[in-house]
Design a protein around this ligand. Structure first.
Ligand code: BG6
Length: 487
């Protein structure tokens, strides 16, 4: 279904995010005719380029980031013709009158201002948009993460943006919410009676969330070294996954109904007291190792030969939710760079039954488990006990009831940004973070960050291509549990 005709202004148009994610996403939506012909993409950045030069850059980005089979030359040309470039200085005065002139040609369009820039430009760009009269009732601003690096800086950014845009016109992106499989969590939980009835502390023993990446810091060292895994992945993407998994049923899919429930989860995160931080959290940093048999350098080398950094590239922690539904159910979260495989999954481990008619030797006691695979090989697997075939008696084994989304639906999975960019034009904020959510997540993360800063121990080294420091394994095994490995 086509969206309304719009003017989409992208600030930071020469940057990595625009080239790698936003332009390909817009291209696909154009190719599928969701973007009306009358729409314009206005690329804005500080450097000066004629339209033709920027279009060449955009074309090169598409060739690099979109599979050749999806790049039809006529469609690509049609798409590029919708792009106009303006040189605008986010911090200064330069270029704003040009942008205003362009936008004023069509005052009634839906306008989206995508800030794919460093967060310290969010306030100044918004101020300039307002000063040049570019904000109307059909204008929306899109903020990329990170929104700040702690609660105070997040509040400052939210205040600055909030001075010119009302909250319902602010779209804070967490691209994990745009992933099909993440949205599917809502369907899994609230469209299937069988799971929702079991979704509580009586039946569930614990939950694991793993977001593993094989990449290192890939030239983003400058940003990453000031951030680390907790700020880069856990405070946002992983806590959002936790929210969808743990929240009570919203009253509807209305943006505020969903976000109210997510907010309750974030507010229910039990602060980890400083004296427990060393036992309930593990920080790691990769050193040289190998992934898929190929040697890869360590983090310090990736930073360009630094000799010391206290930044974690891996974090694992155990957390509790102060909600009746989850009383006593631990959540184990881990994420890291340079792990053995790119894989994100949520594992819901059910309790074992208190009594069994089967003698203990008939099976390794494996209670049921639901594995939600977010990427790659998206799908859902329910591990259940079955009898091994054969006359040898009652021998049981855990096997998987396995749904592969690729095989079931046999269609291309749109990238998260495709869905989210179109939602901005539609004005649907369900999959975006509200101010109070972002701040509640920071309020909890700040406690951990502060405790780490107060005892500045170096992160534990782990060789690239392993599952993080051994302390992360001890974190869960101490409780008599193990990280999930596929059966
Ligand atoms: C980003 C982080 O938000 O998410 C990156 O800043 C990370 O460090 C990326 O690599 C992971 O996203 P995805 O979609 O590849 O899982």
């Amino acid at each position: 279904i086509p969206v309304a005709s719009f003017d989409g202004v992208v600030f930071g148009a020469t940057g990595d995010l625009t080239m790698r994610k936003l332009l390909p996403a817009l291209y696909y939506r154009f190719r599928d005719r969701q973007i009306p012909e009358t729409s314009r993409i206005i690329a804005a950045a500080r450097s000066h380029h004629p339209d033709s030069e920027y279009r060449e850059m955009a074309q090169a980005a598409l060739r690099r980031h979109v599979p050749a089979a999806d790049l039809d030359p006529a469609t690509m040309e049609g798409f590029l013709a919708h792009i106009t470039y303006v040189a605008v200085d986010g911090l200064g005065d330069e270029g704003w009158p040009d942008l205003a002139r362009l936008l004023d040609e069509r005052p009634d369009q839906v306008r989206s201002y995508y800030l794919a820039t460093s967060p310290n430009l969010y306030g100044p760009i918004c101020r300039n948009l307002s000063a040049h009269g570019l904000i109307g009732p059909k204008s929306r601003v899109v903020l990329e993460k990170p929104i700040g690096h702690d609660l105070a800086s997040a509040k400052a950014i939210n205040d600055q943006v909030g001075q010119v845009f009302p909250e319902n016109q602010i779209f804070r992106i967490d691209h994990y919410l745009g992933k099909e499989t993440v949205q599917n969590l809502l369907a899994l939980r609230f469209a299937n009676t069988i799971f929702e009835r079991l979704w509580n502390a009586d039946v569930i023993d614990h939950v694991q969330i793993t977001v593993a990446e094989t990449v290192g810091v890939e030239g983003r060292g400058g940003y990453y070294d000031g951030s680390g895994a907790l700020r880069d992945m856990l405070q946002n993407h992983m806590l959002q996954l936790l929210c969808l998994l743990a929240m009570e049923s919203p009253l509807s899919l209305d943006p505020d109904a969903v976000r109210d429930e997510k907010l309750k989860v974030l507010r229910a995160l039990k602060p980890i007291p400083a004296h427990d931080v060393p036992s309930l959290t593990v920080r790691g940093q990769y050193v040289a190792g190998a992934i898929d048999g190929k040697p890869v350098p360590g983090y310090l080398a990736d930073l360009g030969g630094e000799t010391r950094s206290l930044t974690e590239t891996f974090v694992a922690l155990k957390l509790d939710l102060m909600m009746p539904r989850w009383a006593g159910v631990p959540f184990y979260l881990r994420t890291g760079k340079r792990l053995p495989q790119k894989m994100s999954e949520i594992v819901v481990q059910f309790r074992s039954s208190p009594f069994s008619i089967f003698p203990p030797e008939s099976f390794a006691r494996e209670p049921n488990r639901l594995v939600i695979r977010l990427q790659p090989e998206e799908g859902i697997k329910l591990e259940i006990m079955t009898k091994e075939p054969g006359p040898g008696g009652m021998r049981l084994r855990a096997t998987g009831l396995d749904i592969s989304f690729e095989q079931t639906f046999n269609q291309r999975y749109p990238d998260a940004y495709e869905r989210l960019l179109m939602d901005v034009v539609r004005g649907n904020a369900t999959l975006f973070m509200r101010r109070d959510e972002v701040e509640a997540a920071w309020a909890w993360a700040d406690g951990v960050l502060q405790a780490w800063a107060d005892r500045p121990e170096p992160p534990r080294p782990y060789p690239a291509g392993t599952w993080g420091p051994t302390a992360a394994i001890a974190l869960i095994e101490r409780d008599g549990r193990t990280w999930h490995e596929d059966i």
